[in-house]
Design a protein around this ligand. Structure first.
Ligand code: NAX
Length: 342
């Protein structure tokens, strides 16, 4: 059987903390499947190229199944005919900052959108990790209009994984004999922005216990689900910054790997991805990058249709959308302001 051509993958911000954790996931086949050779391009700013060289040496020492490995600060070299673009490069938030406060990242995305438009394959699949992830992804989507809108996505999988993990831990706390795992928490969902307005929704969530499926709303107190559970997922990123002195890196890389693998290989359950809201069936304004419950097949995502949504959920979903509309407007304003205002 003829082997597939190498998949060309660019990672921006490759010398950073998330980039470092991502490398073995990409190079070992965990992200795109074992046996698929990868043409891996690592993009950094010139000032980080020496540091990036250390990462390159470690990748070399991993003796991975790579067709090619390139470290560069040249966007043309990085994006030329690329199949997959993972945008991690940007500045992480510090303690006390909200993700939307990192406005400096907006300018990076406007210029990288041009590189994507000019050099990448029109079939490129894009994942944005750098914050504010949804709005950075929107900047790319608007700035690279020849690439189909369905090819743009941002990471909300970390929020979904956090939800599943919190639910799993609580279930085990209530049922010490249970060995239920986070992977057995199904149909948890995250709606909206990757920010503290995100809505981790358990209305359709089921725990696959050894005794059979149990609905999350039956397994747990509403007060916990609507209170501590929601706020701990929404604020988990900040809690990690406080504990580690740095933002999530390994768990973010793992979530990026889950996201891309599901998109390419397909899903057998509902997951969450930040995708274009055009034509969505839940009344979310169009033209945003918004996290929806999706399934993936043949390299395409599809918003899960027909979920019953109660008034409380609808309010939370729209509140997060309203924040995204504001983010979009403030980026537009900033970008139309004179350069001296930087
Ligand atoms: P690091 O500061 O460790 O790494 C970022 C790297 O990006 C640096 O090496 C920097 O030189 C590089 N960079 C900056 N501008 C660049 C440009 N124009 N082109 C290419 N590279 C550039 O941050 P890290 O911890 O890796 O976080 C990266 C981004 O992910 C941050 O914006 C962070 O806020 C975001 N996160 C997003 C998460 C999500 O779930 N969406 C969770 C984790 C993380 O907070």
């Amino acid at each position: 059987m003829a082997s597939l051509p190498p998949l060309s993958v660019v990672v921006t911000g490759a010398a950073g903390a998330i980039g470092y954790s991502l490398m073995p996931m990409i190079a070992s086949g965990q992200m795109f499947g074992e046996g698929r050779k990868i043409d891996l391009r690592l993009l950094e700013i010139p000032a980080a190229l020496d540091r990036l060289q250390g990462t390159v040496m470690e990748i070399d020492d991993g003796a991975f199944n790579l067709a090619k490995l390139t470290a560069t600060a040249d966007v043309e070299v990085a994006f030329k005919d690329v199949d997959i673009a993972i945008f991690v490069g940007g500045f992480p938030r510090k303690a006390g900052m909200e993700r939307k406060d990192i406005q400096i990242n907006a300018r990076i995305f406007v210029s990288q959108a041009k590189a994507l438009e000019d050099f990448a394959k029109k079939t490129v699949k894009v994942l944005v990790v750098a914050n504010p992830a949804n709005t950075n992804c929107l900047s790319l989507m608007i700035g690279a209009p020849s690439i189909p809108r369905e090819n743009f996505s941002c990471l909300s999988r970390l929020d979904l994984n956090r939800s599943r993990s919190q639910l799993c831990q609580k279930y085990r706390e209530l049922h010490p004999e249970s060995d239920v795992t986070a992977g057995e928490i199904v149909n948890a969902m995250v709606w909206g922005n990757h920010s503290s307005t995100q809505y981790p929704d358990v209305s359709h969530c089921v725990i696959q216990t050894a005794e059979g499926p149990v609905k999350a709303r039956d397994a747990f107190d509403d007060a916990w689900l609507d209170g501590d559970f929601m706020s701990s997922v929404q604020k988990r990123g900040g809690a990690i910054i406080k504990a580690r002195g740095a933002s999530s890196a390994m768990s973010a890389a793992n979530a990026a790997c889950n996201h891309m693998r599901d998109w390419i290989v397909g899903t057998d359950e509902c997951v969450s991805m930040g995708v274009c809201s055009d034509g969505n069936p839940y009344g979310i304004p169009e033209g945003l990058i918004y996290s929806f419950p999706v399934t993936c097949e043949d390299g395409k995502w599809k918003i899960v249709p027909g979920l019953p949504i109660d008034d409380r959920s609808k309010g939370l979903m729209l509140a997060s959308a309203a924040e995204l509309v504001k983010e979009r407007d403030s980026v537009n304003e900033m970008l139309s302001a004179p350069a001296a205002a930087e």
